[in-house]
Design a protein around this ligand. Structure first.
Ligand code: GDP
Ligand code: GDP
Length: 437
């Protein structure tokens, strides 16, 4: 599971600047989840090879009317509760304030690892001002500059010190490994109904329901000879052998489950159509490169008018998931569930397909013969060969010269041909251009 770091502090100390720096430093993928919840921003971050989820909060603001203060304090507390480590950001230029003391007092009782980041400290490395922050009782102040990117790496290293590094999941091609499946969806779409229906099925053999770590639940099972691991699913709790929904939707859990999965089963509610929250979850799955199957649940409960409306909302709001299979099901009535398993297995196969270099290279050459990339100025991109750069999602790395001029439309054209050849469904894929010289 990716660790979670919350940024707290009063307004204007530089939390959003730090948040942006942490999330933008991610290789290619930036996910900002403003909109998933109103008060807190969630982002995927990467620093010095460590991946984590970062939460930005609005901060305490004790001068403002009490309604707002209370609201901000609440969301800060919620972020702290969700986090594994907290970075308390203060302002080197302004020194310690009364509000800082208030926040520090709260954080000392929060029973979380807390680091003190003294921001805006560019050019103040040896300033006596920094020592003043010891009085907050949060430990050694870490001088940083979010604006200039100084001191951030060691701050994050200190924050994540206790967390095991991610083992690279190179064993994806080990067929013995279970398919890691996340069932994601808003509260009430039918996640627990579906999972309980599955677990009650004769054709499914559940192996174990290991104990809980950080409230994580996970179930190993086998169906038609294929092993699955149902990974921690947001918004569910185990009660004996059955799962039940808990009211609170946890963005962090959803993000962690998606990041951990090979395949995401996105559940929608046919009676509701695609909500903004559904689209955000789907967008995150896409950006994480996960394989996706969309199941529209409660199909039993909608009339033809609602069905059409629901289908239209999928076309419009989930247009970016064109690669995903969309299936209609009823978890309650046990309808349409067989094809879901098939789609999950198929998406997984696609996501972990091996694409040999000679085959990819031939495909690239054939594609160019059929339609060459456009000339840009004096140079025409020359595609020489391609190799597979990764799985889940499949990444194809094209080598050649002047490839920076290859248009997005042309990349999509290449993607289409590669998809057709390898029969890739249910998984996003990436094409990277690598020019020599
Ligand atoms: P937030 O309210 O805590 O999210 O603070 P912001 O990230 O919006 O930053 C508040 C102000 O501080 C902005 O004008 C930033 O440009 C500025 N700021 C943020 N980080 C730094 C820094 O490292 N050095 C300096 N000098 N200014 C900074
Ligand atoms: P969760 O919050 O995503 O786990 O959702 P639940 O599984 O608790 O389901 C929420 C509500 O939707 C419950 O009242 C279920 O009985 C109902 N429900 C779940 N699946 C279906 C379905 O396929 N058809 C209908 N009509 N109702 C369903």
């Amino acid at each position: 599971m990716k660790p979670v770091i919350a940024l707290v502090g009063r307004p204007n100390v530089g939390k959003s600047t730090l948040f942006n720096r942490l999330t933008k430093s991610r290789d290619a993928i930036v996910a900002d989840f403003a909109g998933l919840t109103r008060d807190r921003h969630y982002g995927d971050a990467k620093q010095g090879g460590r991946e984590f989820i970062v939460i930005d909060t609005g901060g305490f603001e004790p001068e403002k009317p009490t309604g707002i203060v209370a609201q901000m304090a609440r969301q800060t507390q919620a972020a702290v509760a969700e986090a594994d480590a907290v970075i308390f950001v203060v302002d080197a230029r302004l020194g310690v304030s009364g509000q800082d003391h208030d926040i520090a007092r709260y954080l000392r009782t929060a029973n979380k690892r807390v680091l003190l980041a003294v921001n805006k400290a560019e050019g103040m490395q040896d300033s006596p001002v920094l020592a003043e922050f010891h009085e907050l009782g949060i430990g050694t102040p870490h001088p940083i500059s979010s604006a200039h990117g100084q001191g951030i790496r060691s701050l994050i290293e200190a924050a994540l010190d206790d967390f095991p590094e991610d083992e690279e999941d190179e064993a994806a091609d080990d067929t013995d490994r279970p398919i890691r499946l996340a069932v994601a969806g808003r509260p009430n779409v039918g996640k627990s109904t579906l999972i309980n229906t599955w677990l009650g099925e004769e054709r499914l053999v559940a192996f174990d329901m290991p104990g809980t770590t950080r409230d994580a639940i996970s179930v190993d099972f086998e169906r038609d000879g294929q092993r699955f691991e149902l990974i921690d699913t947001a918004g569910l709790r185990r009660k004996g052998k059955v799962f039940e929904a808990i009211e609170k939707f946890s963005v962090v859990k959803t993000l962690q489950a998606i990041a951990d999965a090979n395949v995401v089963l996105l559940l929608l509610d046919a009676t509701q159509g695609v909500s903004e929250q559904d689209a955000h979850i789907a967008g995150y799955a896409l950006e994480s490169g996960r394989a996706v199957v969309v199941a529209v649940n409660k199909w039993d409960a909608v009339d033809s008018y609602q069905r059409e409306r629901c289908e239209r909302s999928i076309e419009q709001r989930l247009a970016f998931l064109k690669f995903a299979e969309v299936l209609q099901i009823s978890a309650l009535k046990r309808q349409g569930l067989g094809p879901v398993w098939k789609a999950i297995a198929e998406a997984h196969r696609s996501a972990t397909t091996k694409m040999p270099t000679p085959v990819l290279t031939r495909l690239i050459h054939e594609a160019v013969e059929h339609q060459a990339p456009k000339r840009a100025g004096l140079s025409r991109p020359k595609l020489r060969y391609a190799h597979q750069g990764g799985q889940n999602p499949p990444i194809v790395v094209v080598h050649g010269t002047s490839l920076e001029h290859v248009s997005d439309a042309y990349k999509r054209y290449l993607e289409g041909r590669i998809r057709t050849h390898f029969k890739l469904v249910g998984t996003p894929m990436r094409i990277e251009m690598r020019s020599a010289g």
